[in-house]
Design a protein around this ligand. Structure first.
Ligand code: IDC
Length: 480
């Protein structure tokens, strides 16, 4: 038996499904990818300063930053060190809140941004790439959610009641009206809230423009159109906000990547998105640096199911649809893919099989990911007492952190204890291919077949392979 809440979610899901199906026909044609193409998968790679393709593996830090008075997540520097040691990650999606960036209209809180910068430094000292995520859920505190400042919350007297699950709050009248006011899709209204939002994005980018640890900005977490949905929202108000945000950021920061998300409800489950291709005015003919960062939460799991029995087949179907739509949208945007969020209660039946399946899919797609989230508790690699959960060994997995050229494929075969990495050298790329070899699988480091000169750093557990132009394929197995 499903709980009443689950049935309610299902009913909402069914309605959204019908609406989405009706709107799919409006999704525009695909454009060709630009920039350093040449990969089998037809999309580009996020590159570091040395031109190496990055395989981003990490978690979001952290959900609790939505609620804390100073907007900081729970972590101290020792927790960053622990995460690095325990999981070998090279990526973090770090939550920001508009309410903290711009506490009063036109007033920016530099102290807040400095606190963020201090945490970015903790990550940077361990070789991480930080994605600054302008997070919101359900608009803001004034509508039962988080993100937007109170002064930017206009509900015209409509209210929002708490819901279970929380996502249903997107249909509450106060939340819908606050979004409609934000997007300017209802008559009347006071301030130009989008102008403020874009100003806040520019302020953040101005602060971090010269910070090499920052890989880019996630312009808005899970945008929601209020009463305007589907391609009418994504190719209309959302695309305009993104374009304005991108243009504003580029006046202060030419180089960091700009991560865009589709409207979450629907695309999280594998539906098409109407997000159009955006312009990146970097100038001087430099290639665009726009990345696509959709979330992945298959509907059968949203409804509280695990990855088992009948649900498994439905989740698999949802994953296939999600991958197909994501690859299609990424081609249209000419953008590399980072799974901005995926995650679940690690105690659900089959949960670890699901996580491993998503990791394999990410490897095949050449996509980065940020698992949701590192908040100690039932979804995380550590519980409330900081003891490892079953998730920790599953996330602690070998992968190439950076590839000196265009990756062709990389694959971890746990049964054979073999990591295979293939790439094509690209002129102008500096530095080696860096591979993470966790202690649990490679206690004495790795033995390679097909590699050239190499160097092993036992502290960061990184094997660096030097290579020139041409095709390379390296098989790495445990030494000893
Ligand atoms: C969840 C938090 C939960 C909180 C809720 C609402 O885990 O404690 O009550 O947000 O703020 C998302 C969102 C992300 C969610 C996550 C899990 O981007 O903020 O965090 N999720 O529900 N989209 C789909 C799932």
């Amino acid at each position: 038996m499903k709980s009443p809440a689950a049935w309610r979610t299902w009913a909402v899901g069914a309605v959204v499904l019908a609406v989405a199906a009706a709107l799919l026909v409006a999704v525009g044609p695909e454009g060709a990818g630009a920039g350093r193409a040449g990969t089998a998968r037809g999309h580009r790679w996020i590159t570091d300063r040395q031109g190496r393709a990055l395989v981003l593996r990490g978690l979001s830090t952290a959900g609790d930053a939505k609620q804390t008075a100073d907007g900081m997540p729970w972590i101290e520097e020792k927790d960053v060190a622990r995460e690095h040691r325990a999981l070998g990650t090279n990526f973090v999606r770090f939550l920001l809140q508009w309410r903290k960036v711009e506490p009063a209209p036109g007033t920016y809180d530099r102290t807040y941004l400095k606190r963020v910068a201090e945490r970015v430094r903790w990550y940077g000292e361990r070789g991480y790439h930080v994605l600054l995520d302008m997070h919101q859920d359900l608009y803001g505190p004034g509508t039962g959610g988080n993100g937007a400042p109170r002064w930017a919350t206009e509900t015209d007297g409509h209210t929002s009641a708490p819901t279970d699950p929380w996502e249903l709050g997107y249909a509450e009248p106060g939340t819908v009206r606050a979004f409609d006011r934000f997007w300017g899709t209802v008559e009347g209204g006071g301030r130009d809230l989008r102008k403020h939002y874009v100003g806040a994005l520019r302020e953040v980018a101005g602060h971090f423009a010269d910070d090499d640890t920052v890989i880019g900005y996630d312009l808005m977490n899970e945008p929601w159109g209020g009463s305007v949905q589907g391609p009418a929202f994504e190719s209309g108000p959302l695309a305009r906000l993104y374009q304005d945000g991108i243009d504003a950021i580029r006046t202060v920061d030419r180089d960091h990547w700009l991560f865009v998300e589709p409207s979450a409800i629907g695309s999280n489950w594998g539906f098409a998105t109407g997000l159009p291709r955006l312009d990146d005015p970097r100038g001087d003919g430099d290639e665009a640096r726009i990345a696509y960062a959709p979330h992945l939460y298959p509907l059968p799991m949203d409804l509280g199911g695990g990855y088992t029995g009948d649900t498994k087949g439905r989740v698999d179907a949802s994953l296939r649809a999600w991958r197909e739509q994501t690859e299609k949208t990424a081609r249209r945007l000419g953008a590399p893919v980072v799974i901005g969020e995926f995650g679940l209660d690690v105690g659900l039946p089959g949960a670890m099989e699901y996580v491993e399946k998503v990791q394999r899919m990410a490897d095949e797609m050449g996509a980065g990911f940020a698992y949701w989230s590192n908040d100690p508790g039932s979804w995380a690699p550590w519980d409330a007492e900081m003891k490892p959960t079953v998730l920790l060994p599953v996330l602690d997995r070998p992968y190439p952190r950076a590839v000196a050229g265009d990756p062709v494929s990389y694959r971890w075969d746990e049964a054979e204890k073999t990591l295979t990495v293939s790439w094509r050298g690209v002129a102008g790329v500096r530095g080696g291919t860096e591979v993470y070899l966790p202690e649990r699988h490679f206690p004495e480091g790795g033995r390679t077949e097909g590699g050239g000169r190499q160097e092993w750093n036992p502290k960061s557990r990184t094997l660096t392979l030097s290579s020139g132009p041409g095709a390379h394929s390296v098989r790495i197995t445990p030494r000893g």
